[in-house]
Design a protein around this ligand. Sequence first.
Ligand SMILES: Nc1ncnc2c1ncn2[C@@H]1O[C@H](COP(=O)(O)OP(=O)(O)OP(=O)(O)O)[C@@H](O)[C@H]1O
Length: 224
Amino acid sequence: MDIFTIDELRKTFTNGEMKEEILKGISLTLKEGEITALVGPSGSGKSTLLTIAAGLQPASDGKILFNDNNITSMTAEQVRDIRAKKFGFVFQFAHLVPFLTVREQLSFMLDVSEVKMKNEKREQEIDYILERVGLSQRKHAYPSSLSGGEKQRVAIARAVIHKPRVLFADEPTASLDSKKSKEIMSLIQDLTKTLNLTTLMVTHDEEMLSYVDHVVKMSDGLVV
Ligand SMILES: Nc1ncnc2c1ncn2[C@@H]1O[C@H](COP(=O)(O)OP(=O)(O)OP(=O)(O)O)[C@@H](O)[C@H]1O
């Protein structure tokens, strides 16, 4: 089923009197259970496209349809609500909260997403996702004692603990070595399939493309 469609998306940035069109009419359909990777030269608009699709910044024109709702015409509050409950995010760096344990990072995310469940169920969900990302043994560890790869695994667990429908990943492997990058991509691939996520990622690393279902090449604000 198609649940996420980007239709003729445009973005213009204005610097003083200068206007620059960064996205020049992008149309794209993302599918459930599949990873779509945005690739292309630096400055081609990949991150801009991903952040607009994720409701993190407004479009200048065009539509983003999520389950038939047009995100570009929603109020800021409606977008915030969808972002918190239906979307998950992974970035180049894990951005973990230094004074929270691995378990607490996930519990905090459930609070932010307003997921309501009894304590016992909450602990089961946390245990389940930690097992899926291979971090059951690190449940009570603080970020400072984790390796780069482990931190990114926590970030991925945190991105999916609230059962989002769409996962946005901006250069999720850019701070890792080749072996760790492959492990992280394998994990994103596994979670995309088993949790039936719709995943949109940006990558510079050609080696990661063997883990994705669709590659979308961008150049100068257009899909080529
Ligand atoms: N807030 C902004 N104001 C003005 N220009 C911006 C803004 N955000 C991005 N840009 C410009 O838009 C263009 C595309 O940037 P974007 O980060 O989307 O490219 P990218 O393809 O993700 O690049 P990279 O691979 O280097 O991360 C760049 O020229 C950038 O300078």
